[in-house]
Write a protein that binds this ligand. Sequence first.
Ligand code: G6P
Ligand code: MG
Length: 211
Amino acid sequence: KYKGIIFDLDGVICHTDKYHYLAWKQLADKLGIYFDEKINNRLRGVSRMDSLEIILENYNGSLTATEKENYSEEKNNIYKRLLEDMSPSDLSKEVKDTLDQLKEDGLKLAIGSSSKNARYILEQLGLEGYFDAISDGNNIEKSKPDPEVFLKACEYLGLSPKECLVVEDAKSGLEAAIEGGMDQAAIGDAVYTQLATYDLATFSDLLKCIR
Ligand code: G6P
Ligand code: MG
């Protein structure tokens, strides 16, 4: 019934969330800001700048726009250094086999990620050139929960939102897909939102949604 599947990247295809956490934690510690895993969960799907704003909710003081630019860049440099250690062995067999199966079934596959590092991460995982389309933080004005990143992915695939299924681990991402008019499959913590068309216990459950 679907012609395309749009995958969120961080937390769905791979587990870069732990690196995002470590990088933000390093910056927060430096600024004396309280930061924990729970706050980190609110950063899923949210752009780098919007993430910094969430972290600064616990900051006693105010920063200029330039300081914010510098701190978000500092976080990104720490994050990118952590990504250097990623390799194709960080791509699970279950994820790769499921993606291959979906391709064999004739589905078009896209990435829909708020990250500006999406292409680098795909390269690290050995997935460069694998997806039919990539919509990421570099081609959008507004990050999730705005539907822009997914609408662009549909456009790049040449499909309508109704023909696509979005796979997400974040509430912001599910909201974006709902707003964009795509069906949604939730994985990980996103299943607890009870917002999605399907809840996946494991990645390969995706095959049940499309048959
Ligand atoms: C993904 C992650 C977010 C992250 C965002 C921007 O959506 O889930 O946690 O803030 O990408 O990532 P970037 O790599 O551009 O800093
Ligand atoms: Mg995610």
